[in-house]
Design a protein around this ligand. Structure first.
Ligand code: CU
Ligand code: ZN
Length: 187
């Protein structure tokens, strides 16, 4: 008897629930919004262990590709290899968790002006005597969106210059700063 009553209550609750669902307003028939294409991404670079290199890198979609604007400080004067790496993972103290150069098309390492190069090959960034460096380069091959784009990937600054030919790294030495490319605010 007690069980029967409980069952009835449960059945009633289900019926009421179904009724409530049936009466809830149906979703409005307007078309789903077209996802907005990302046009601006940014990476904030933090020093790896034992280094003091930091800065920002902006990636803006432009008619000729993607404009890369970097502003760094804390560098030793001279050229430093500068690449987008495969993983947006800066968890390793030495930055090795970012993997190798981002290379979705299986190309050799090269200069940013080469037709055949890693997608992530941005060449070198040159620091002045005060340790600051800027770069303004419009990359004809770069994309922003997954899977061949840089969003979600890592940006690495190296201790040494990229010689633009040694495979597959450019022989640029250790990693002095690491950052993750994300969608920028103000899209
Ligand atoms: Cu690199
Ligand atoms: Zn490379």
């Amino acid at each position: 008897m007690k069980l029967a009553a409980a069952t009835m209550v449960a059945t009633l609750a289900l019926a009421l629930g179904a009724g409530a669902l049936a009466q809830s307003p149906s979703p409005s028939p307007k078309a789903p919004a077209t996802p907005k294409k990302v046009t601006h991404a940014v990476a904030v670079l933090h020093p790896t262990q034992g280094n003091s290199v930091e800065g920002t890198v902006h990636f803006m979609a432009v008619s000729g590709g993607v404009n890369v604007k970097a502003s760094l400080k804390g560098l030793a004067p001279g050229n430093h290899g500068f690449h987008v790496h495969e993983f947006g993972d800066c968890t390793a103290p030495d930055g090795t968790s970012a993997g190798g150069h981002f290379n979705p098309r299986g190309e050799p390492h090269g200069a940013p002006t080469d037709a055949h190069r890693h997608a992530g090959d941005l060449g070198n960034i040159e620091a002045k005597s005060d340790g600051t460096a800027t770069l303004d380069w419009t990359d004809p091959q770069m994309k922003l969106d997954y899977p061949e784009g840089v969003i979600g990937r890592g940006v690495i600054v190296h201790a040494n210059p990229d010689d633009l030919k040694t495979q597959p790294t450019g022989n640029a030495g250790g990693r002095v700063a690491c950052g993750v490319v994300g969608v920028a605010k103000g899209e």
